[in-house]
Ligand binder design. Structure first.
Ligand code: Z5A
Length: 229
């Protein structure tokens, strides 16, 4: 059990182009307008100087040839620094942390889609994150063909190409979607599945409804309860 605090640790998960970054920005604005609890936004891999350096290598694909276990270890190394220097200090100050991807992405990408043994990944996860588990995980669920189309359109606008994971075949992305849904089904007290195929505004409303249901004081001004302990 983590020490009582006024903020919350909220993670966003899902496949490519599901709208995580878009919705984190919108939720941050909404939370800041509704409560005095400070809100910080961050992402994985990354979110701290050392983790951002590791991100560069992972997304460039230079680690791919060493296999999914090497990738899982590097995502974990980045996560350790991110937790130590950014996430845990923010939570200790009573802030709310909105994080774009976290440990469920390792379970889904390196585990279900990458083929690593779930028991190995679960042991690694215990060592890496300890008691710092999300209070709420929003899983943005989307047909991978639509998500990849969105990511491609965005890359086209910016002149960039597909990164290491976007370049995987549709079957990989379909396994990812199934993995995130399986995580949600196995931990319903932590996870809420959001239909990410709706409009940006409708997804924002679904997320706000999930926050009101699970962490009401963050959006309604109600007194904090044990859900933030
Ligand atoms: N990875 C891993 O393998 N293991 C791990 O442990 C971790 C990560 C932590 C990080 O890439 C990669 O690392 C990731 C998994 C892997 N795979 N990839 N690639 P990233 O951070 O660069 O990318 P991402 O996390 O997949 O995010 P994304 O592709 O940027 O998508 P997003 O944040 O979910 O979506 P978005 O940027 O908000 O929206 C994408 C586009 O769609 C954009 O043009 C929006 O305007 C548009 N959009 C958003 N919402 C909508 C709706 N509702 N309708 C229509 N259009 C929309």
């Amino acid at each position: 059990m983590q020490a009582r605090r006024s903020g919350a640790f909220i993670t966003f998960e899902g496949g490519e182009g599901a709208g995580k970054s878009t919705q984190i920005g919108r939720l941050a604005v909404r939370l800041r307008g509704a409560s005095s609890i400070p809100v910080v936004t961050t992402r994985e891999p990354g979110g701290s100087a050392k983790a951002e350096a590791i991100r560069e290598a992972l997304l460039a694909g230079t680690v791919k040839r060493h296999g999914p276990f090497a990738e899982a270890l590097l995502f974990s190394a980045a996560r350790i620094d991110h937790l130590d220097t950014m996430i845990r200090p923010a939570l200790a100050r009573g802030e709310t942390v909105l994080c774009d991807r976290f440990a469920d992405s390792t379970r889904a990408y390196q585990g279900a889609a990458g083929g690593l043994d779930p028991a190995l990944l679960s042991a690694l996860e215990r060592v890496v994150i300890g008691n710092t588990r999300p209070d709420l995980t929003l899983i943005l669920d989307l047909d991978p063909a639509i998500g990849l189309g969105r990511a491609k359109a965005r890359a086209g606008e910016g002149g960039g190409g597909a990164d290491r994971f976007e370049a995987e075949a549709l079957g990989f992305h379909t396994r990812l979607r199934e993995a995130f849904l399986a995580i949600a089904a196995s931990e319903p007290e932590r996870c809420v599945v959001i239909d990410a195929g709706l409009s940006v505004d409708a997804v924002e409303e679904a997320i706000a409804a999930a926050i009101i249901a699970r962490l009401p004081h963050h959006l309604t001004g109600a007194e904090a309860t044990d859900d933030a302990a």
